[in-house]
Design a protein around this ligand. Sequence first.
Ligand code: PNS
Length: 172
Amino acid sequence: MKKQNAEGDGPSMKICICPGSFDPVTNGHIDIISRASKLCEKVIVAVGNNKVKKTTFTIEERMGFLHCALVNLPDVEIDCFDGLLIDFAKRKEASAIVKGLRAVSDFEYEFQMALLNKRLDYNIETLFMMTNVNYSYLSSSAVKELAKNGGDIEGLVPDCIKQKVMEKFSAK
Ligand code: PNS
């Protein structure tokens, strides 16, 4: 059941952006995206495609992983962006950027980004959602570290991408 606005004729937030590198997407990301989709009419998952930032998975792989993991969420769209996140959010007419927070260590960086983005566009809010406690230790880097060293990533990433993530490292 989606949250209704004061008139009761629609959700209070129309478009929200869930941004990230998703290198690769984890079950922690999926948890945040699914919870955001209950609050917003549409969630746009925005995959950062900064050519300078080196990623393990290509933009096509990262978006493909998201497509297969989010196939059951019809109100979620997957897109990519380069340049500033706030410009992407403006182009998409988003009301809010939704980000997950795992620990105090995430806060400093996220706080800076949120304030910079607010300075660039006062009308777009950054909202923080606390991680599901089951995923508080989970990150894309940890998944890659495990996969690289033959550790088990079952339950940490969506089932449909598990094999592809492992293959990336076994091929090296
Ligand atoms: O999953 P990540 O690596 O934390 O995602 C970071 C991402 C892509 C959301 C962030 O790097 C970003 O917003 N990049 C775009 C550049 C930008 O707008 N920076 C903020 C103002 S300096």
